[in-house]
Design a binder for this molecule. Structure first.
Ligand code: ADP
Ligand code: MG
Length: 695
């Protein structure tokens, strides 16, 4: 067992490494760049680059890369070596300040949603000093933002950083009103819990659907699934334990604080929770975590599935984005305080989140939209596609008392006055009692639970940060001029609760009655990615992002296109994979089995024995093969037609309305055939074999 204290952060060019290795003056400049976003001078950049190179070489690196997060949602890197030729035919290892701070990857094959056509063809990467450089597989990785030469963001990181700036600015205004003169910066923090499946490599390799799409496109329900719920928090199997140990070691070396690990509800499903950190670093870390999970799994002859729904009828995987706001003085702004004043401040930030979530429900839904996640949301295993906030009864009662000027609690005689009364301590929610809520207050943070396991957390946090920044901006605008701050504050919170309480729901989100109730309340229910993305360019959403300088209009238009394009491409690959598997694997296998049955029937017939099982099975199979082949033919025609559609919105809608249901029909017939065909004929591992193979 490695000692975490010894290996923690050993592959990170962290603040402590920099403090130790850099000259005092240079370190000060770097610290200023990290804390205050000041640009590093070229001289300082050279010094940092040289020391970084030296450190990396000592650790066995020969190459470096600008590591960035294009709109694909995964990370990209292109390795350059430190090697430079010298005049005398030798080499030296060089890494300049310019190479550290700026790079020019060939951007042409990353999605730009039309941005490159309209602007400048090349893109460049720019060092983000707030996220430390690190070593991964012998390569020095430098976290960067990725932009076009026109300055348009081509990545997920740039808008996230801008959104952090937006919330910083507005939160500081609000904090000044409460007299927090010592606060100079506000950051959002995130701890993303990550779910995943681990399956055996051999099973994976025998399934083209898993290889091409990350999920099973066929597969009958096994006799045992997750009904017994005996996997949740159950004993971790030795092979999985070995994987988790290795995973922790690798994450610790990168300074990622993986803490808890446990089994999830579905067989073969697990979860890892890190300790929270600043949002942009948490985003980098989560991308790294996903990558390392896959690599470490390989070493153990396992495959880590990060798809949101690898198995039908079995819980899918999500990501719980625990989010809060804190000051550079160490105050968590979503933590109720001890004094009336702290409580008033807490209530205003809480109200800002409630307003933000209510007004930008659609954007939050969009931020988690993907073809894969569509299989989870609303499927009684993940939150519904309707956004609501869980506050818990204690906090809800307090808000009620404020809204209605009614006394709070049994003993209280007086009305609850903001800025005068101390709120009771809320018990921290440590249970699963609100698993069904998409957005739950858990004592000192919110847990946004709609994210799919495979997705980057960048967009969800960009939306959250910006929407809350807007709410805080409106509050600051109102309160800055008020003559009597305390009563203006009270009135503001009161009227905001009235306006936005429809978004608060403490009940069971899986309940059909809630969906009906939500509709009555006017909450949106955007069931699929195309349904959700249709609202991305709504005027209020453009106004939000543009006014806070998080996206330009062109950047939004491009992201809209990338969303739909990705959706169509994914469904196209899935449909093509299904067609291939049906035609090349399933139907031929069933056909062979039919011949065997027919031969057996004939052989038995010759000696006068009846073939009840064989005859019945053969006729069942014949009927199901017929419907499978019909579904196959329909899908193969439609898939050609849909690709001719040039309007991306119409194309995505056709995938959603036509292709998806044809895929379901093909799957239904084939899954039925699976239950009718002798096991030795079935061409790939079944659900049972995939889900219960790892011991
Ligand atoms: P709970 O007991 O409510 O589940 P935990 O302390 O176990 O809360 O934390 C769950 C996740 O939330 C962890 O990943 C943790 O790092 C994260 N978390 C805790 N506090 C914060 C915070 N202030 N901001 C962001 N994430 C947080
Ligand atoms: Mg959780």
């Amino acid at each position: 067992m490695s000692n975490p204290a010894e290996i923690f952060g050993e592959n990170v060019f962290s603040i402590s490494v920099m403090k130790e290795r850099l000259p005092k003056e240079t370190f000060k400049e770097v610290k200023n760049a990290i804390d205050n976003g000041k640009r590093l001078s070229p001289e300082a950049a050279n010094v940092v680059a040289n020391e970084m190179k030296q450190w990396a070489i000592e650790k066995g690196c020969t190459h470096y890369t600008h590591w960035f997060q294009p709109m694909t949602g995964i990370t990209a890197e292109k390795h350059d070596s430190f090697v430079s030729p010298t005049d005398d035919g030798n080499i030296i290892l060089r890494f300049s300040g310019k190479e550290l701070t700026q790079g020019e990857p060939d951007a042409s094959s990353f999605p730009s949603g039309g941005l490159r056509a309209t602007f400048e063809a090349r893109g460049y990467t720019a060092w983000d000093p707030t996220s430390y450089a690190f070593i991964k597989e012998g390569v020095l990785c430098i976290p960067t933002a990725f932009c076009s030469y026109g300055g348009e963001a081509l990545d997920k990181k740039t808008p996230l950083l801008r959104s952090m700036e937006a919330i910083n600015k507005q939160a500081l205004r609000v904090l000044k009103l409460f007299g927090n003169e010592d606060v100079n910066g506000v950051k959002t923090t995130v701890g993303p819990e990550q779910e995943y499946f681990l399956i055996d490599k051999d099973g994976y390799n025998a399934r083209r659907d898993l290889i091409y799409t990350g999920r099973t496109l066929f597969g009958a329900t096994p006799p045992k699934g997750q009904q017994m719920e005996d996997h949740y928090f159950g004993v971790i199997k030795p092979r999985v334990q070995a994987f988790m140990k290795d995973l922790n070691d690798e994450l610790w070396k990168l300074g990622i604080l993986a803490t808890t690990e446990h089994n999830e509800v579905a067989p073969s499903q697990h979860e890892m929770a890190p300790i929270f950190t600043t949002t942009n670093i948490a985003t980098d870390h989560n991308q790294l975590t996903m990558e390392i999970m896959k690599k470490v799994a390989q070493k153990h002859d396992l495959v880590c599935l990060l798809h949101e729904k690898p198995f039908a009828g079995v819980n899918g995987s999500g990501k719980h984005n625990n989010w809060s706001i804190s000051t550079d003085t160490g105050l968590n702004l979503l933590e109720p305080g001890d004094t009336p004043y702290e409580n008033a401040q807490f209530l205003l930030f809480l109200t800002a989140v409630i307003k933000a979530v209510d007004e930008y429900q659609d954007l939050l839904r969009i931020s988690v939209a993907s073809a894969g996640n569509d299989h989870r949301l609303g499927a009684n295993e993940a939150p519904p596609a309707v956004i609501s906030i869980f506050l818990g009864s204690e906090l809800s009662e307090i808000l009620d008392a404020i809204e209605n000027d009614t006394p709070y609690g049994a003993k209280e005689k007086e009305l609850l006055k903001i800025g005068v009364h101390v709120l009771p301590k809320f018990p921290k929610d440590t249970t699963d009692r609100n698993r069904t809520s998409p957005f739950a207050f858990t004592g000192n943070k919110f847990e946004f639970r709609m994210l799919g396991s495979a997705s980057s957390i960048a967009l969800a946090n960009t939306v959250l940060n910006t929407a809350v920044a807007e709410a805080l901006k409106q509050y600051a605008d109102k309160l800055e001029g008020s003559a009597d701050f305390t009563s203006a504050l009270h009135d503001l919170i009161k009227s905001e609760i009235k306006s936005h309480k429809r978004i608060i729901f403490n009940g069971n989100g899986y309940d059909d009655a809630w969906i009906a109730e939500a509709e009555k309340r006017g909450l949106s229910n955007l069931k699929t990615t195309p349904d959700a993305v249709a609202h991305y360019l709504d005027q209020k959403n453009k106004d939000l992002f543009i006014s806070h300088k998080v996206y330009s209009e062109a950047e939004m238009v491009s992201r809209h296109e990338v969303f739909l394009d990705k959706y169509c491409k994914l469904l196209h690959i899935e449909a093509m994979t299904m067609l291939e598997m049906a035609k090349q694997d399933i139907l031929p296998a069933v056909s062979s089995y039919s011949s065997t049955l027919a031969d057996n029937i004939a052989a038995k017939d010759q000696i006068g024995i009846k073939s009840e099982f064989e005859s019945k099975t053969l006729s069942d199979i014949a009927a199901d093969m017929k419907s499978a082949y019909e579904a196959y033919s329909a899908l193969s025609t439609s898939i050609v037609d849909v690709e001719k559609e040039e309007d991306l919105v119409k194309k995505a809608d056709t995938y959603k309305d036509v292709i998806k249901s044809q895929m379901e029909a093909l799957r239904a017939s084939c899954d039925k055939l699976e239950t009718e065909t002798a096991a030795e004929f079935w061409p790939f591992p079944t659900y049972g074999e995939l889900l219960f193979a790892v011991r």
